[in-house]
Design a protein around this ligand. Structure first.
Ligand code: THU
Length: 135
């Protein structure tokens, strides 16, 4: 990804993190998806008094994007502090839409702390539902 575009995506993830609803863990996470046409769709973590119902920022962003009609993603940036890489459920959720999605995780309080992978690298041998045309 072009470094200017990456910077815009990172800013969007950091802004989404400010919207996080995380009164229980206090761990705020923001995510921003880059679409092929350059649009950005963001999400944040949303927790619940019934702790297990919390939804992560990455899945929140993907659900919003899919609801808007988007199914192709070039990259996802994830903002947390300290830096957090996507949980297992989110890895499976991201790889559903491709193994070459760039995943950029950074510390939103210390932007120099940044790591990059592809979705396939984060979840090799991911589960695939072996039914042709399922998508
Ligand atoms: N969280 C995310 O939003 N993304 C991840 O990949 C890992 C964890 C959230 C879920 C919960 O609201 C908080 O971080 C603490 O686990």
């Amino acid at each position: 990804m072009d470094s200017t575009i990456e910077q815009v995506l990172i800013d969007a993830a950091a802004n989404a993190r400010l919207k996080a609803y995380a009164p229980y863990s206090k761990f705020r996470v923001g995510a921003a998806l880059l679409l092929p046409d350059g649009q950005i769709v963001a999400g944040c973590n949303v927790e619940n008094a019934s702790y297990g119902l919390a939804i992560c920022a990455e899945r929140s962003a993907i659900c919003t994007a899919v609801t808007m009609g988007h199914r192709e993603f070039e990259a996802i940036a994830v903002a947390a502090s300290p830096l957090a890489s996507p949980c297992g459920a989110c890895r499976q959720f991201i790889v559903e839409f491709g193994k070459d999605i760039e995943v950029v995780c950074f510390d939103s309080e210390d932007r120099g702390q940044i790591r990059r992978w592809t979705s396939g690298e984060l979840l090799p041998e991911s589960f695939e539902f072996g039914q042709p045309g399922a998508k």
